[in-house]
Ligand binder design. Structure first.
Ligand code: HEC
Length: 198
């Protein structure tokens, strides 16, 4: 065997190993970028949820559920828009039984998976999901987290919503599907999307 013949396979092996190592390095740094961005997503989502709940509770206290529906109707989309603009992330809340915000196709698939995970015994507070997805040549980081139905939510999302209140909700949202929930059900999910900052 000539030297050339021996050198070629070892070069090949070295090249392959090098590519594999580079790939592993790229994967590790992408993973770090994903984890860092997910931390930011979670903080932004928590602030979003806290602001919504704060305004909801204040409105309920001040004017009762009829007034609070108005606040939800006006303020929930405004808060989502403001916090999206501030953070650069697209923040949404959606549901398989929506009042205002229909899920996208991929959000629906994730919400269905959340229901399956809950049925299999997962605590709703721990149900979350993320994915890196290439969209039009750009890597996106998508994140969703389940929202549990609490006692306070039942006034407007429960099984026996006051008929007057339901009439007002139906006036604003003629296609409302967001009633009939029980405490502990998955009411919907937060959804956060942005380009992956690599
Ligand atoms: C005073 C009535 C009221 C109460 C109480 C209330 N909601 Fe809502 N909810 C609304 C209205 C109105 C909307 C539609 C406004 C929007 O989000 O754009 C809505 C929308 C939502 C959405 C967005 C998805 C969809 O269906 O369009 C989620 C998720 C949600 N509510 C969860 C909750 C949770 C969780 C609680 C309890 C912590 C709660 N809501 C309490 C009235 C209420």
């Amino acid at each position: 065997m000539t030297n050339e013949r021996r050198i070629f396979p070892s070069l090949l092996v070295a090249t392959v190993l090098g590519v594999v190592a580079m790939q592993a390095h790229a994967d590790a740094s992408t993973d770090q970028a994903v984890q860092a961005q997910l931390q930011d997503y979670k903080a932004t989502m928590q602030a979003f949820g806290k602001t919504l709940k704060g305004e909801l509770q204040a409105a309920m206290k001040e004017g009762g559920p009829m007034a609070a529906v108005q606040v939800c109707n006006e303020r929930a989309p405004e808060i989502a828009a403001d916090m999206s603009a501030e953070s650069g992330y697209t923040l949404r809340r959606t549901s398989l039984k929506p009042r205002a915000t229909e899920p996208t196709d991929w959000e629906r698939v994730v919400l269905e998976d959340f229901e399956a995970r809950k049925a299999a015994g997962a605590p709703v507070g721990e149900i979350a999901w993320h994915e890196v997805k290439e969209v039009d040549g750009e890597k996106q980081l998508r994140f969703m987290k389940a929202i549990a139905t609490e006692g306070v939510c039942l006034t407007c999302h429960g099984q026996d919503v006051d008929p007057k209140l339901k009439a007002e909700i139906d006036r604003i949202y003629p296609d409302d599907q967001a009633t009939g929930f029980e405490e502990g059900d998955i009411r919907g999910a937060f959804s956060v999307t942005a380009a992956l900052e690599d």
